[in-house]
Design a protein around this ligand. Sequence first.
Ligand SMILES: *Cc1c(COP(=O)(O)O)cnc(C)c1O
Length: 416
Amino acid sequence: MTGRAELVSTISGRKYPFDRIEEFAENGESLEVSLPGLAHARPRSSPHLWERFGDFLPFPGMNPARSLGEGNTPLLPAGRQLHEWTGLPNLLLKNETQNPTWSFKDRGSLTCMFLADFLGERVAATISTGNMGHSLAAYGARAGVKVIVFVPGFAPREKVDAMAIHGATVLRVEAPDYSAMKRHVLGLAGALGVRIVSGNGPVRVEGYKLAAFELYEQMEGRVPDYIAVPTSACGHVRGIFKGYRELREAGLIRSLPRFIVVQARNNNPITGALKRGDEQIVPVTDVRTIAEAMTTGDPPGGEEVLRKARAFGWLGEDATEEEILESQRRLAAAGFFVEPAAATSLAAVRSLVRNRRIDPAATVVLMLTGSGLKDMDVLRHHACGARTSSLSTVASDLRAVLAERTSESPGTLPGH
Ligand SMILES: *Cc1c(COP(=O)(O)O)cnc(C)c1O
């Protein structure tokens, strides 16, 4: 079916050629890949997910050498502590921190390289607070594609240095407003003849779709009631949704999951609008949140997500800075070390259960979008240093530790 793909503007339905460099329509609407014949699409057998679901993808000749082993991330029950804390016994965690560059962005970078191969592009540029740039840098290094990353002044060192060590050129752009900088840089694509991949671009969305196919396989065709997605540029939530919609179009599933769009309270252009019932995004200009992977205050294409939310009964919820830190700590205490952006969804589903907006019996999947190692600075908000000891005191120190009561009741021990 490749070769017949087109780009379609998600609101007006206007069509564009598949090889378009600009990632949005002239009127700012998001573009999305449209493939004919999905009703007859079928999973095949192959060790690679993108080949098994090749009927659903627009790239011909997907070269396995482009892969860094992304995806196949574990889907696990959240565990007793988190089941109790959220009130959701059927809470599942999709641990995206186990991707090659420790965030979900890697599936989108794989498809960026498939597209680069297909169109003969030798350069890929992006604008990123970190994870996207890091991911694209790694996949560019693997594929021999030159990568340029524009980062805002506040991008954390762990992420910037990670891009650089893969050989990407990093341009730190000092600008008061990240969204404005993004718009400006994206606008250069046509003039420079270079694709500047945005987090919400059609090629990323095709990659993020793969997460839906993984969930479909991991849940053996069952569809969860809800999937909670920490959201900034909107590519991830759009991608997972598009994957499920296409599975339904192919007749492989009957119902669609409902999405929970999650943001930080301090930067909630989408969840704010959803909670107020607004039809339009009110951009946030002075974005200040520890969830720095979610700092798009004026998401291009955000209105389209609002429309989808209304049409498909999605929910929106945001988390305060304190709730984000508490969720990060709770997840870590349950064995999952995630960055603040990824922790937002735990707080959000807890609020939704408490406000009776989701049924406690629902099956809910949380996308744990990125690793805690991505932002070490934020750990100063937690008590996580080492205790000091010495050879002369280590025995008594150990005795004191053993005498401390554990914070969890014996009921949380395995087998109880
Ligand atoms: C990119 C990112 C998000 C937001 O995803 P979008 O596709 O921009 O909506 C959330 N969490 C983490 C860790 C990210 O890297």
